[in-house]
Design a protein around this ligand. Structure first.
Ligand code: FEO
Length: 395
């Protein structure tokens, strides 16, 4: 069922209450999500994006209730990823001659996924416009690598709506659609998780893009992303947050991450947490077992942190596979300006701390030399090494 956005703009997307994971199993969905598509009905009728493949037939049937499909003048594909283009195939089977406005890279991604189907692409780039009647036009803004090479935003003059696609989105199901109607805690929790896990690798580009959008001097009344709530109340609040998040963001938080075999490394983790609080009572301290906690939630806690401590026992001359996989993900997200320390127990060879330090350095962290490395179960003297480790993280 459509939802009214503003004047002749309606939301025609899909609220995905049941979704549990995204990008395969690489992104946990804890509060539902949505794929937002929009229908603009001025003198020209324009569809902005579609929805994910599994819901394509529902999408087309719902769209038919709103408009004779043959009256859609053109489609804007802001991004080729299948959560926004998956329903195109079913739709284009019914209206194969309808032009698709998108970037040159988007043609590549659509044809790469769905094959060459003879679709009529109109390739656009930043600053290109198209009149849609009633004095309104669409302005296209390339959003290269935010987060795919093909990404684009579309701005609707007159109504001052920025259809931003993935940027400013959240994996968050909001039946009421708008940010002012959403649970504010969850809205920001999901927005920062989305930024951390999907956009942070491209943070330097975001800073440049925000400057470029602001130089266009376009009044923005509504930011309508392709996932989650639409920002209609103080829409620039999320732009301001993005400016902060894209600039080596950190809060006064230190987070301890570890996995353990026989609880020795757990004891060190807990001692480090106590020591952080003792040395800096105003610092927020959190502790997570890497094998048990949600990896995307943990990465969001890394993003909030000014420093992290990571622990693993030595196993087979290396570290636990849970920690190794987690460190690979950590590296992908390209965090900036954060310190890190390593700790772990061992029984004989004892390489884990050195390996952790190397991997953390490789992931872009400033790694302190101070560590806690304990032969067998940690003894009081081993745990005393938590104090200089924490001092180094706080320095
Ligand atoms: Fe929501 Fe990059 O797709």
């Amino acid at each position: 069922m459509k939802k009214h956005v503003k004047n002749n703009v309606n939301w025609v997307g899909y609220i995905d209450w049941e979704l549990e994971t995204f990008h395969g199993d690489d992104y946990s969905i804890l509060n539902g999500s949505s794929q937002n598509a929009y229908l603009i009905q001025e003198e020209k009728n324009v569809l902005i994006d579609t929805i994910w493949t599994p819901h394509r037939f529902d999408f087309v049937e719902n769209l038919k209730k709103e408009i004779d499909l043959n009256k859609i003048d053109f489609i804007v594909a802001n991004h080729g990823e299948c959560d926004h283009s998956g329903a195109l195939t079913a739709l284009m089977d019914l209206i194969p001659d309808t032009p698709i406005y998108c970037t040159a890279q988007c043609v590549k991604s659509l044809e790469g996924q769905y094959g060459q189907r003879g679709w009529k692409f109109n390739i656009v780039k930043t600053g290109d416009t198209v009149e849609i009647g009633n004095g309104k036009k669409l302005i296209f803004i390339e959003m290269k690598m935010l987060h795919w090479p093909d990404s684009m935003a579309t701005y609707l003059t007159g109504d001052n709506i920025l259809f931003s696609n993935d940027a400013f989105g959240q994996h968050f199901a909001v039946e009421e659609l708008f940010n002012d109607k959403a649970d504010q805690c969850l809205l920001y929790k999901e927005a920062i998780k989305y930024f951390t896990n999907i956009l942070n690798p491209f943070a330097p580009l975001i800073t440049k893009k925000l400057d470029e959008i602001s130089a266009l001097n376009l009044p923005i009344d509504i930011i309508a992303p392709s996932h989650g709530a639409i920002w209609r109340q103080q829409p620039m609040q999320i732009v301001e947050k993005y400016a902060q998040w894209a600039n080596a963001y950190q809060e006064n938080q230190i987070t301890v991450f570890y996995d353990t075999m026989w609880e020795g490394t757990t004891k060190i983790a807990h001692r480090i947490a106590e020591e952080i609080h003792q040395q800096s009572p105003q610092t927020v301290v959190k502790v997570f077992n890497i094998a048990k906690a949600d990896k995307n939630e943990m990465m969001t806690e890394v993003f909030r942190s000014k420093a992290i401590a990571v622990g693993s026992p030595t196993v087979s001359n290396s570290i636990l596979s849970s920690v190794a996989g987690w460190l690979e993900f950590l590296k992908q997200l390209k965090f900036k300006g954060k310190r890190a320390a390593a700790f772990g127990c061992y029984g004989w060879s004892g390489e884990s701390v050195k390996i952790l330090q190397e991997r953390l350095r490789d992931a872009g962290f400033e790694v302190v030399d101070q560590n806690v490395r304990s032969l067998w179960n940690p003894k009081p003297a081993d745990l005393d090494a938590a104090a200089p480790l924490v001092s180094a993280l706080l320095a």
